[in-house]
Design a binder for this molecule. Structure first.
Ligand code: FES
Ligand SMILES: [Fe+2]
Length: 424
């Protein structure tokens, strides 16, 4: 599956996942694979099953160069060569069987604390160096969740500004038990295409066309990412019916904590289901989004929709998707493939509050709410279940203490305090 998505590097794991283990089973575009880090520190992404008699290589053990099957010791390297077959090597030094064996393998690269995989044809493009990856004095965290639905309906949510009002602002108010007052309503939305994706702009009843939500807007990054200025959300296809949500969240430390250099970018896995009720968790912004995505069905049935003027962005990305499939059929690059190293030094994007994010802001500015996502210095509003060790690292970096954020049995909403309303 995924001829088009294979043309793009996909984030599939965090570098820190390999601090305490050497292999990770990965399912990507319908293929079962194993990602590993060998004793030399090189990453490989190869077929999950051993070419000998199909044992599960995620239980294998790494050597100086490559991954060894734990069944009979065959050793595979990151190029998919079988470089040792211990018993065969002993009884027949010709290496005849070895030469016949090749396992599926894909390139892996490290960037911004993430491990990226490319499953497409040669020539391999560059992993885009998005502008926030170059920022300094930031505390970054990476968050994963597995969502049981198709990736494209997740991405349609990336160009759907009207949902902020209903799904985040107003629903959050209702989830606290209040019936209002509701947040400002949208009066106008526009959608434009640019080199790396689409921009959407909007005017609410509390803003006008001089507001950054209109002059700058937000970004739906092509083909499978939402970018809000300080965080990315990739929707990575595990297969047709499952998506890996990969979040990369940047908090600039206040100027009194500078210079700050993050040694390692922590990662964590966020739950999406309330264990007690079996219902989806609704306490956090992205969890609310997940509820929309899975609610549309495993693969949303577009024949039953009724699209309106709010959905013009959705229509644009559907068209771009079909056009790009046409382009790859004609051996052309689809949209937003980066091949030029000069262009990739730092890919600038439209960002509300860019100067502040780049140049810094004070503790007082954060406390006054006068910075991008000021609410996230009080509580991690995006996904449920942030572990204590991440909170501790956040406090060490920023000097701010985050509220407790345990997912308990009941689905309690704590977003309605206003923190979530202006984050997207
Ligand atoms: S099954 Fe892997 S070495 Fe035999
Ligand atoms: Fe949302």
């Amino acid at each position: 599956m995924g001829d088009l998505m294979r043309r793009y590097w996909q984030p599939i794991a965090a570098v820190t996942e390999f601090d305490d283990k050497a292999t990770k089973p990965v399912r990507l575009m319908g293929e079962d694979l194993v990602l590993y880090k060998d004793l030399s520190g090189n990453y490989g992404l190869i077929d999950r099953h051993c070419p000998h008699r199909r044992a599960d290589l995620s239980y294998g053990y790494v050597e100086e160069c490559g991954l060894r099957c734990n069944y009979h010791g065959w050793l595979m390297n990151h190029k998919g060569d079988c470089v040792q077959q211990p018993y065969e090597d002993t009884i027949d030094s010709s290496g005849k069987l070895k030469a016949q064996v090749k396992v599926k393998s894909y390139p892996v690269e490290e960037k911004a604390g993430l491990l990226w995989a490319y499953l497409g044809p040669d020539p391999v493009p560059l992993v885009p160096n998005w502008e926030p990856f170059t920022w300094e004095n930031g505390f970054v965290q990476i968050v994963f969740s597995e969502i049981p639905c198709n990736w494209f309906q997740c991405q349609e949510n990336s160009i759907d500004p009207i949902h902020f009002e209903w799904m985040h602002a107003n629903w959050s108010i209702r989830l606290t038990g209040k019936t209002g007052p509701y947040g400002p309503t949208h009066l106008k939305a526009s959608f434009d295409e640019f080199e790396y994706g689409f921009q959407y702009r909007r005017v609410r009843e509390d803003t006008d066309e001089s507001h950054p939500l209109w002059t700058v807007g937000r970004v739906c990054l092509w083909p499978n990412c939402l970018f809000t200025g300080e965080h990315f959300e990739w929707r990575v296809p595990i297969d047709d019916e499952n998506t890996l949500s990969v979040g990369w969240f940047f908090n600039r430390v206040p100027t009194d904590m500078e210079p700050y250099k993050q040694e390692k970018i922590p990662h964590w896995y966020s739950p999406i289901k309330d264990p007690e009720t079996g219902r989806w968790i609704s306490t956090h912004v992205m969890n609310q989004d997940f509820i929309a995505w899975v609610g549309q069905g495993t693969i949303a049935d577009r024949t039953k929709e009724h699209l309106g003027m709010s959905d013009r962005g959705i229509a644009l990305i559907r068209k771009r998707f079909m056009d790009d499939i046409g382009r790859i059929e004609n051996d052309e690059d689809p949209k937003a493939i980066v091949r030029n190293p000069n262009e990739n030094g730092c890919i600038e994007l439209p960002i509300i509050g860019k100067e502040k994010l780049k140049n810094g802001f004070t503790r007082e500015e954060i406390e006054k709410g006068d910075t991008p996502v000021a609410g996230t210095y009080k509580r991690f509003v995006f996904q449920a279940g942030q572990p204590d060790f991440v909170k501790r690292l956040f406090t060490e970096a920023t000097g701010f203490t985050l509220e407790d954020d345990v997912v308990e049995g009941a689905v309690i909403n704590r977003v309605g305090e206003g923190a979530a309303i202006n984050v997207k």
